[in-house]
Design a protein around this ligand. Structure first.
Ligand code: NAP
Length: 312
């Protein structure tokens, strides 16, 4: 079968014939419909995510497809694309615990876009205890996680303020946010204060760096800053009084340690929202498996413009 293969870190991926997957007890063979592309795949390809498995390996931490008995399923986690062969191939052996059922009314493409981004958005909003009446600042708002986080926050009755660095993406973001600010890290605090003078209850932050410093200052009393990425820098600096005077907190989130069973149930909850018309999924592009390197380049250069999928 054809598969994308990684032979070395920080080197181009190749598409070649690879052996059909060995399906062990407790695993299911899935014929791939779409492999999802995430920033995590870009980090893994560079070798910057620890505990990766042996090479050569098939990349791709998640995807959707069909089982031999005709079930439409999504899958992610359980080491796929990291410690074992992943989704960017015609067929994938998937641990049963990582399988999520896709209901009628949720397309394969939507399901493929709701694994890592959807569950991350859901878990981060839960960590920040976003609910009715909360004001939430979503950073990097055109990103895959952010687009879902904004929608889920609004379904909970929250007010969403969105930050973007990309003026050309304001139209898309405005569909999901109450207010949009186009702001650099330096301009963020003033721009958000104009809209929310007493600050925000939660910040959902994939950027870190100078954006997180401004976000910490913007927290209202009992506010939460949830960090789940570092796209704009791995360090930031703020005064401790920005937290302790407000009983505010900074929390971190990573999906990697979350149990695959929990992730699969979260995915099914998100698929049900799509089927009910309560959640829109934006697919930026569907590329053939042979364009896997191009997909990773778009992510590294912040040119993805939303969710990218690979099709065998
Ligand atoms: N911890 C976890 O479990 C977890 C899960 C998923 C993702 N992540 C991480 O979270 C981040 C976002 O993931 P994603 O899938 O949403 O990525 P994405 O679709 O590539 O979106 C990231 C968004 O952040 C903004 N951005 C990117 N680089 C920037 C920079 N240097 N300065 C300012 N803004 C920048 C852009 O938004 P605008 O153009 O609108 O400004 C971009 O659309 C990534 O770093 C990813 O590795 C972590």
């Amino acid at each position: 079968m054809r598969a994308v293969r990684q032979h070395a870190y920080d080197a181009a991926l190749v598409v070649e014939d690879a052996p059909a997957p060995n399906v062990a007890a407790g695993e299911t063979l899935v014929t791939l419909a779409y492999g999802s592309v995430n920033p995590l795949d870009a980090w893994i390809a560079l070798g910057s995510v620890g505990a990766a498995g042996p090479l050569p390996r098939t990349p791709g931490c998640e995807g959707v497809g069909v089982t031999a008995d005709g079930r439409r399923v999504a899958f992610r986690g359980a080491g796929l694309g990291l410690t074992r062969d992943g989704s960017w191939a015609e067929q994938v052996a998937v641990p049963d615990v990582a399988l999520a059922e896709i209901p009628q009314g949720c397309s394969d493409q939507a399901a493929a876009a709701l694994g890592i981004p959807g569950v991350t958005a859901l878990d981060c909003l839960n960590l920040a205890e976003v609910g009715s009446g909360s004001t939430v600042l979503v950073l990097g708002a055109s990103g895959g996680v952010s687009v879902i986080a904004m929608q889920l926050a609004r379904t909970r009755g929250a007010r969403v303020i969105a930050q973007t660095s990309s003026p050309d993406r304001v139209g898309l973001i405005s569909r999901y946010a109450d207010e949009v600010v186009v702001a650099t890290a330096e301009a963020l605090e003033a721009a958000v204060r104009e809209l929310a003078p007493s600050g925000v209850d939660a910040v959902i932050d994939p950027l870190a760096g100078p954006f997180a410093a401004a976000a910490a200052r913007l927290l209202a009393a009992n506010g939460s800053l949830v960090l789940y990425g570092a796209s704009a820098g791995s360090e930031f600096c703020f005064g401790p009084q920005d937290l302790y005077r407000k009983n505010a907190r900074i929390l971190g989130y990573s999906g990697l340690p979350v149990a695959p069973e929990a992730t699969a149930r979260s995915q099914e909850a998100l698929f049900a929202l799509v089927a009910a018309g309560a959640l829109e999924v934006v697919i930026a592009d569907v590329l053939p498996l042979t364009d896997a390197n191009e997909a990773l380049r778009r992510i590294r250069e912040n040119r993805a413009g939303g969710k990218l999928l690979l099709q065998p």
